[in-house]
Structures are given as C-alpha cells and as structure tokens.
Design a protein around this ligand. Structure first.
Ligand SMILES: [Cu+2]
Length: 406
C-alpha cells in the first residue's frame, strides 16, 4: 500500500480526532421559505483553463487561497477556496492525455491536494505526506488512465483535512472519454449538465464558519445546520423543459444525504463513483455518503412553464429548480451505458478485516491509531480483494463493486 492509500484507512481517525470534546450552541440556522424568487442563483463553477495548446497535454494551475463570501446577507464569512473565494473550478480531463497541475499554496498554513477517485501514482497525489508549506508550490504530473467519471479534489493534510474542506477547499474533476462523448445524453456544461456540490455548514452569530466538533459530531459525524449547494444557501436554478443532467457530489464532512425530488418524482441514475452504470436506473430516492458522487437525469419536459421542483434531503429543501422555456434538444438515452465485465470473484487474493472502535480522540482501526510514520496495510497493485461488508467510508482511490446484495 502506498502512503496515499494509507490515508483512506485513517481518514475517519483523522477527521473524527481533530476537535476534541467541545459543546457549542451558538449556531445560526438560516431560515428560508419556499418562495423561489427569494433564493440566490445556483453558482456554476468555472471550468479551469488548460494553458497548453497541445491537445494531448494539459497544463493547469490551482491556487489555494483565503477568501470571503456573503453566505448570509449582511455578514461576510472568511473562507478558503481554489482560484477564488469558496470551492474551486471544475478540472476537465480526457482519458489518455498527459496532465501537469501546479498547485500554489497561498494559505497561512500547510495544505495538500488529493485527486479523489483519480488513478494516479502516489507521487502525483497529495496525501498527508505531501504537505505544501505556505508560499510553496507543488507539481502533480500524471497520465489519465481511466474511463469517464465524475471525481473531485480536496486537501488532505494530516489533522486538518476536515477543517480545510469545511472552509471551502473542494472542486470537481470530470474525466471525459470518446465513449462518454458518443452517448446521447445531456453534456452541455452549465446549460443542461450541472454540477451540484452538496455541503452542510454551521455559521456562528458573526456569520463565521467554525469547525468545532461536539460529542454528537464525534459519535455520528459532523452535521451542519445550513445546507449549501455549490456554496449558496438553498439556491435556485432555472432549467428548460427537457432532459437535464446533474453531477452530484456529497461534499459534506459527515452528513449522508437521502435525496429525493418534490412530488416524489422519478429520476434516472446514469453514473456513480467509478463512471457510467451498465444501464440507466430509474429511482425516486438516492443515498450518497460523504465523498460519493452520482450522475442523474431529470426530465423536466412535461412540467409547466413557471413551475418549481425541489431537491430534498428528507424534509429539508436543498435547492429549487425553476422551469422556464423549452429545450430544443431531445435525447434518446441509451439502455446500454457501459460494458461492465464480470469480476472473477474467486480470484480475490485477500479479505481484510477492519475493526473500528473507540470514540473521539480514542477512535482506532484494528486497535491502532493513525501514525504518519507507519504503514498499516500493504495492498498489491492490480490485485483484487473482497470485503464481506460495505461501510459508508471515505475511500480515496478505489471504487468498489457490490458483488451481491442482501
Ligand atoms: Cu476524498
């Protein structure tokens, strides 16, 4: 196991272990009502510019920086962001291309950038061992070797991962390939293909983001009191009557989202963490654990002009879709999205046991706590392992396949 993969195993320890026991009740819940007119527009992240004219080589620059943002009217919140005040641009990569990313750290503290879900050598990934000190630069160099998928990037410094993500350091990575381009599905970024980064936050009375974990947070994971989508509080997005694709990231620190649309409307999932599903799956509910992605298609074509649809997490409204105008594009979504080969399960070389125990600062895996100088599990590259149970866990480099369900 390389050092980055070690991060996957200890992240729960890292996130849960940061704050200590602390009770804090002075958080503000931002109230909103269901009148869409009063909601901010959904921010659409910029697509990061590739500065290399060679079509087979991409050159990107990301700057981790301090910022400020008015989430609540009349209050200015201190934030972190990549190339901006909060969150970061979408990085669009193509399968097979060579990529150079320069990361500049303009924060007052060390950071790293980890490409979550991207298959890269450990040296090109910013795990806890690859700290970039304030004022310094780090370069990642790799070739994109995987199929189309929606991935993301976020910092991963030892002991500060949860807090830095919380302040705003996160962004999406889209891997595109020829197969994805050939599919008859919406793919016009910002027109009928929208990213939705779901996060929950707590704002104190001064409108500041305070990352302090109380005992409940340490037991059940951090839960914010205010929902953000792409960094806006309960925003609205105007969509045309037609088929629209949403690439949803659960970018929250501890919350698992149980998503549905108002009116219990059916939608179609087309992709998950690893890329396209074998076939589109119709559903009314979607569960996403922290770090997880899903791509869905929502058919607005039969909705009335001026009507509103809500994206809900249980009873909580996350955002509003306002229907206006008709799309001039129609799609015939293929019934076959991807060829997924059967896994030769009998060839699994190993089954590992991870026993999680303890609470707060005593959290441990297999009786041991995270130590930067120790590698706990070594995994052989290009081998397959099986696990008897799936836990909602923040996996960094792997995507998993359920081989049977109960
Ligand atoms: Cu991650």
């Amino acid at each position: 196991m390389n050092k980055t993969k070690l991060g996957a195993l200890i992240l729960i320890v890292a996130i849960v272990g940061i704050g200590g026991v602390f009770f804090y009740n002075g958080y503000v819940k931002i109230s909103t009502n269901h009148k869409a007119a009063q909601h901010p527009d959904l921010p659409i992240p910029a697509v990061l510019k590739d500065t290399n004219p060679d079509p087979n080589v991409a050159e990107y620059t990301l700057t981790a920086q301090q910022g400020k943002k008015a989430f609540i009217s009349g209050k200015t919140t201190a934030t972190y962001g990549y190339n901006g005040d909060y969150l970061g641009p979408v990085i669009r990569l193509k399968t097979g291309e060579k990529v150079n990313i320069t990361v500049k750290n303009k924060l007052p503290e060390a950071t790293t950038v980890h490409w979550h879900g991207l298959i890269v050598p450990g040296s090109a990934d910013g795990g806890p061992h690859a700290a970039i000190q304030p004022g310094k630069t780090w370069k990642a160099k790799f070739t994109v070797s995987q199929q189309a998928a929606t991935l993301w990037y976020h910092p991963h410094p030892m002991g500060k991962t949860g807090e830095q993500v919380y302040k705003g350091l996160a962004g999406l990575i889209y891997v595109d390939d020829k197969h994805a381009e050939s599919l008859d599905i919406p793919k016009d970024y910002g027109k009928n293909d929208f990213p939705l980064v779901l996060q929950d936050r707590r704002f104190n009375k001064n409108g500041q983001l305070v990352y302090k974990l109380n005992m409940t947070d340490e037991m059940y994971g951090f839960q914010g009191t205010t929902e953000l989508v792409n960094g806006a509080v309960k925003p609205q997005l105007t969509v045309r009557r037609g088929l629209v694709r949403f690439r949803i990231l659960n970018g929250a620190n501890g919350r698992t989202y149980n998503l549905h649309l108002s009116g219990n409307r059916t939608f179609v999932q087309i992709a998950s963490d690893g890329g396209f599903l074998k076939t589109p799956v119709q559903m009314k509910k979607l569960t996403l654990s922290p770090g997880e992605r899903a791509e869905i298609l929502v058919d607005f074509s039969k909705m009335k002009n001026g009507s509103t649809l809500r994206l809900q997490n249980g009873k909580e409204t996350l955002m509003y879709f306002k229907v206006k105008g008709k799309s001039d594009q129609t799609y015939k979504v293929p019934q076959k999205l991807a060829v997924i080969e059967k896994m030769p399960v009998q060839e699994a070389v190993k089954t590992r046991k991870f026993v999680m125990s303890g609470m707060g600062p005593n959290v441990s895996i297999n009786g041991r706590q995270m130590n930067m100088d120790r590698i706990d599990e070594a995994v052989k590259l290009n081998t397959m392992e099986s696990s008897p149970k799936l836990t909602p866990f923040h996996f960094l480099l792997w995507s998993l396949r359920a081989i049977h369900t109960l």
